[in-house]
Design a protein around this ligand. Sequence first.
Ligand code: CP3
Length: 333
Amino acid sequence: MRPLNKVITNKDTSFKPIWIMRQAGRYLPEFREIRKNNPDFINLCLNDNLSSEITLQPLKRFDIDAAIIFSDILMLPYGLGQKVKFEKNFGPKLDKLNLNDLTKIDEIDFVEKIYPVYKAIKKVSTDPILKNKNTIGFVGAPWTLLVYMINLKSPKKDLSKNFFQDEFLINRTLLVIENFLKVHIKNQIENGANVIQIFDSWAGLLELKDLPNYIYTPTLNLVEYVKSLNVPVICFPREIKDYKEFCEIVKPDAISIDYNVDPKKILNEIKIPIQGGLDPKVLLTNYENLKKETYKYLEIFKDHPYIFNLGHGILPETKPEMVANLIKLVKNN
Ligand code: CP3
């Protein structure tokens, strides 16, 4: 059995596997070298030779338990025909959404447009380096994708007041997103992904009263879909106002927590396997502090099925040596 399955499925508490959100990325000089010659980020994601190589870069350096495929949650709007660009020091920029165009896309067009992502998963998952490790496929949650597809860029702190104005547009788009996320998940699994993580990076923007409509219902549909394919599903509803209620309603196989969650409190509230929590900024400090913070999580979750990870993506300014230290601390514990 692979390490994440031991924890998620068998509830094994005897060891703590580790992987790192955004582990394939800008803190690695070998990634920056490839990125320098590939200024178009979407094209890089669609180059299966390079995207599989980038996916494996952190596994060549560190003794981590899983690969997460080098792609982006915004490959979904791209596959649906909404133009997506990434600008330096700005982030993603999307073209205005056209509902008529969106509803014309069928499954075959969609899969054809992002086919190299699946090819890369196949390459990665069959690489000998991953023989006894996990290959993690992922999607953005319907809510977070809706935010990007309507807002057209990362929101600052809050959504603009007129975000929900066009109710028809919002509801139709949410349905299209959910349908194509199922297609995207199915193809990732068919090509070798053996865990799925659902990233809801903007879950924290919603009031409690809006959670059922925009998060619980569409995410539960996806969670049930992944479960029907017999693959474990991890949810990361970052900064959601009520993790406990989320778990009770959506019932993911494991829950990834952000760094504002009190680990002791969540341990008492939640029975399912837990992942993550460590503040990525800790990796910017020093070895002693890293050790103290890492041991804190290991101690709190010692008798609980737990996957070590950060409470959000690793920061670009992180030194790779600190990542190596973190992994040794977890592995030698
Ligand atoms: O985890 C991994 O290493 C796998 C690859 C991965 C990327 N994006 C590659 C990427 C994953 C899992 C993602 C998820 C993602 N993408 C999320 C959810 C997680 C989170 O961070 O909240 C979100 C919200 C996005 C959308 C996105 N993509 C933004 C806002 C940005 C720009 C800001 C940033 O972090 O760089 C991206 C670009 C992006 N996606 C990069 C990478 C490696 C940086 C591209 C570059 O080299 O400039």
